[in-house]
Design a protein around this ligand. Structure first.
Ligand SMILES: C[C@H](O)[C@H](O)[C@@H](O)[C@@H](O)C(=O)O
Ligand SMILES: [Mg+2]
Length: 392
């Protein structure tokens, strides 16, 4: 039974949290002296917003079918991504059958390959692809996880990312991923401070609760190797995104030299099956962490997840709210998921993409049973100040 054709594609931008979750107000843990590749410049060390981590804002993609049904999705991209959607990608959707996701993805990717391949362009493609799956689910009255082969487990289990893994333990999460606060530019003193923070949290959470460091691309191989070995004394479960996403050789060596039993993870800033094939075939990591809103969307994440599964590698998506939840629950090699603590003090569970998604589910006691509402099961909050910069 063919579905109603696509009538219109629209791209909006929104500021203030939501999918561009680094776009937060003053005093938020997510912008408090977190180590980054820019930390080598003291003026950009205290705040990631100072160098522009929140410069893009949220991209909202809406796809309307001829019967008036609307699918939508949000991701990081703002006005430049909206331009790419309206001026370049929309032509491959309007007038088409929404179920042609493979053909549409192929045309979006290869028509932009000369200036895209990763980053902003693939964020835009991802936003369109996610909105397509939301539309197909709404037209078929099925949740996206049903379109992907159905649940392989009854509920999702989460670790929490934030400044307070001790509070995350009290809230029922299986682990806490801490932002790394000091990079190589702060020398031995910074390394010592990193380890003191880890020791403090280990003493608060006990021996069995998972603790991880998220290094957000800030380290060099030598520092990362040293940190891994010293952190091993405190039972660090994994060291995440220690190096530049392009340094496949460094990740290969870090994984070889990491302490036995410590996991090396990366991938949130990697894109497409080709990027993840490189990570997998060079044996760069033990867990890949694509963001479904940045790696190419559901259509591409299916390919990425299957590549990882064929090599016995876990695929634990970077936190992206319902967009990763609907995928994770259908994958055997995704036994748990990430939840980003978006409360400023990481002391309470709030919806990750708040305030953009009406009905956005959150873990309770570290667990979540997805409902059977169509699509991704959420509606767009139209009171968030949607602006369409490139109307057609
Ligand atoms: C906490 C990290 O610095 C990032 O802000 C986070 O978004 C990402 O790296 C993650 O894995 O959640
Ligand atoms: Mg990360």
């Amino acid at each position: 039974m063919p579905l109603p054709l696509i009538k219109a594609v629209r791209a909006y931008v929104v500021r203030g949290g939501g999918a561009d979750y680094h776009d937060q107000g003053e005093g938020h843990w997510i912008d408090d002296h977190i180590a980054t590749p820019m930390s080598r410049y003291p003026e950009y060390r205290q705040s990631r917003q100072s160098f522009g981590i929140n410069v893009l804002g949220t991209l909202v993609v809406e796809i309307e079918a001829v019967d008036g049904t609307i699918g939508f999705a949000v991701t990081t991209g703002g006005e430049p991504a909206a331009y790419i959607v309206e001026k370049h990608l929309a032509r491959f959707l309007e007038g088409r059958d929404p179920t042609e996701v493979e053909k549409i993805w192929d045309q979006m990717y290869f028509s932009t390959q000369y200036y895209g391949r990763k980053g902003l362009v693939v964020n835009a493609i991802s936003g369109v692809d996610l909105a397509l799956y939301d539309l197909i689910g709404k037209l078929r009255q099925e949740p996206v996880y049903a379109l992907l082969g159905g649940k392989v487990r009854d509920e999702l289990t989460f670790y929490a990312t934030g400044a307070r893994p001790d509070l995350a333990k009290e809230m029922g999460f299986i682990g806490g991923k801490m932002p790394l606060h000091h990079g190589p530019a702060e020398g031995e003193e910074g390394l010592r401070k990193n380890l003191e923070e880890l020791e403090t949290m280990r003493n608060r959470v006990g021996e069995d609760f998972w603790l991880m460091f998220d290094c957000w691309m800030s380290l060099d191989l030598n520092y990362a190797t040293k940190l891994a070995h010293k952190a091993h004394e405190y039972g660090l479960k994994w060291i995440e995104e220690a190096l530049s996403p392009d340094d496949y050789w460094g990740y290969r060596d870090l994984k070889k030299n990491a302490p036995p039993g410590m996991l090396v993870t990366t991938g949130e800033h990697e894109a497409t099956r080709w990027g993840f094939r490189m990570l997998l075939e060079m044996e760069c990591c033990d867990i890949i962490q694509p963001d479904v809103g940045w790696c190419g969307g559901v259509t591409e994440l299916i390919k990425i997840a299957n590549l990882a599964d064929s090599k016995g590698v876990m695929m634990i998506p970077h936190g992206s709210s319902v967009y990763s939840y609907h995928f994770v629950i259908t994958r055997h090699n995704s036994p748990f998921a990430e939840f980003l603590m978006m409360a400023p003090k990481a002391d309470e569970v709030v919806p990750m993409f708040h305030p953009q998604l009406i009905g956005e589910p959150v873990p309770v006691n570290g667990k979540l049973k997805l409902g059977d509402a169509p699509g991704f099961g959420v509606e767009l909050n139209r009171d968030v100040g949607l602006h369409r910069p490139y109307p057609r």
